[in-house]
Design a protein. Structure first.
Ligand code: PLP
Length: 426
């Protein structure tokens, strides 16, 4: 039986050059990079070289890079860390009379949304969700209006969160670069400009975009940016938060003071090397194959919509990640379709990996205005290598068969039809 892995947005394989590059730091140069002996210095040099390489590939500076255990930790550090530090400044300047706010887009990953809600639960912050349109574009006018409502003082420094006296009751804005469920790419440079007009820092979750879209963290004037290694060919459990030193942050992990005292704990040198090598490889691949990847995405979308006219593409048809095709199949269960496609050899996802198993409608699609029943029919196909025309035709034919089977089954399980079937059989 043929097999095709179309779930790259959940996890990617680790390349042999990544494994080869990290191995010496597990077996030979294994010393603690904080140790003062020569072996420690060797490890520390490798760590700093990796940090420099990661920074260079993302348009950041080496000391922006805070290594973490993945995207979730990076998001938590950004949201909780910045919000707590700026809340202290807010309290010092205005006392208890100002209610702090955390502004997030309504399509953020749970790592962001739940971190914002944690700030609400423990610190009484108000969480404001900025709406999106039917293609998942963040409503930048609504963001501007929200920020305008929080003005506390005039200020012209234009900088994000630097002033000891915050100018706005918003502690930070968080907006993702590319959505994990529908692939829509957001204008984070414009969002950064708007946030900074009001003196508020911007965090960007770029977990899905790194390795697929060129990242220019400083050029876009983003204050904090999260990434996760296993989305671009590094092992799971590795990530980073790129964080400008101008932004106040409270560490979540206290200890020996590693990573600018913002993430204590012995650094994973082999992991940092793996992140750097995987990122460099992904960057080379992106330059080489971006057009082919996007073209095969468009052909796959056309093919699926042709064989299954009731299906609809979700997200922006153009301004979306290359290698990201997402659909709803109204009338069908995404969960059932996912299982059936898997049995026929196609591994894909019914939304975000984290939503699988919860049987909830994907949050992004609900925020985009889809009815819960339609949102539950979502299927996401993601890949980082261009698909061959034969592969696309095969996927389309499997989707057609699978939909026909499931529609047949759901019609037979409709009680009124069952009675007709029984009568016909009698
Ligand atoms: N943010 C987004 C947009 C994601 O898609 C994911 C994971 O899929 C995460 C954050 C969490 O990253 P990690 O699994 O590395 O914790």
């Amino acid at each position: 039986m043929e097999h095709l892995y179309l779930d790259a947005a959940s996890a990617e394989p680790v390349g042999t050059d990544v494994i080869n590059a990290m191995m010496p730091f597990l077996t030979e140069a294994y010393a603690n990079p904080m140790s003062v002996h020569g072996a420690g210095k060797t490890a520390a040099r490798a760590l700093e070289a990796a940090r420099g390489s990661i920074a260079a590939d993302l348009g950041a500076r080496p000391d922006d890079v805070i290594l973490t255990s993945g995207g979730t930790e990076a998001d938590n550090l950004a949201i909780k860390g910045i919000a707590m530090a700026r809340m202290r400044l807010l309290r010092e300047a205005y006392g208890e009379q100002v209610r702090p706010r955390v502004i997030v887009s309504s399509i953020e990953h749970p790592a962001v949304l739940e971190s914002a809600r944690w700030m609400e639960r423990w610190f009484g912050c108000e969480v404001v969700e900025i709406p999106v349109d039917h293609q998942a574009h963040i409503d930048v006018d609504a963001l501007r209006e929200e920020l305008a409502q929080g003005i506390l003082a005039d200020g012209s420094d234009g900088a994000a969160g630097m002033s000891a006296k915050p100018r706005n009751s918003a502690l930070l804005v968080s907006a993702m670069l590319a959505n994990n469920e529908v692939g829509t790419v957001e204008p984070v440079d414009e969002i950064a400009r708007i946030a900074h007009e009001y003196g508020v820092p911007l965090h960007v979750d770029a977990v899905q975009a790194v390795g697929l879209i060129p990242i220019r963290m400083r050029e876009w004037d983003v204050d904090a940016l999260s990434l996760s290694g296993h989305k671009f060919g590094a092992p799971k459990g590795l990530g980073a938060l790129l964080l400008r030193s101008r932004v106040p942050v409270e560490p979540l992990m206290s200890g020996g003071g590693q990573e600018r005292s913002l993430r204590s704990g012995t650094q994973n040198v082999a992991g940092a090397v793996a992140l750097a090598v995987a990122l460099r490889d992904a960057d080379v691949k992106m330059r080489d194959a971006w057009r082919r990847l996007a073209a095969s995405r468009d052909r796959l979308i056309d093919a699926v919509l042709r064989v299954e006219p009731r299906a609809q593409l979700t997200g922006d048809p153009q301004r979306r990640l290359p290698g990201h095709a997402s659909f709803v199949f109204p009338g069908l269960s995404g969960e059932a379709l996912l299982v059936d496609l898997d049995a026929r050899g196609i591994a894909c996802s019914s939304g975000s990996a984290c939503a699988v198993g919860r049987h909830e409608a994907p949050g992004t699609l609900l925020a985009m205005g889809y009815e819960p029943a339609v949102a539950k029919s979502a299927i996401r196909m993601t890949f980082r290598e261009p698909l061959a025309p034969e592969q696309i035709n095969w996927v389309a034919s499997v989707v057609e068969e699978s939909c026909a089977t499931l529609r047949g089954a759901s019609e037979v399980s409709d009680p009124s039809i069952n009675i007709q079937v029984q009568r016909a059989a009698a």
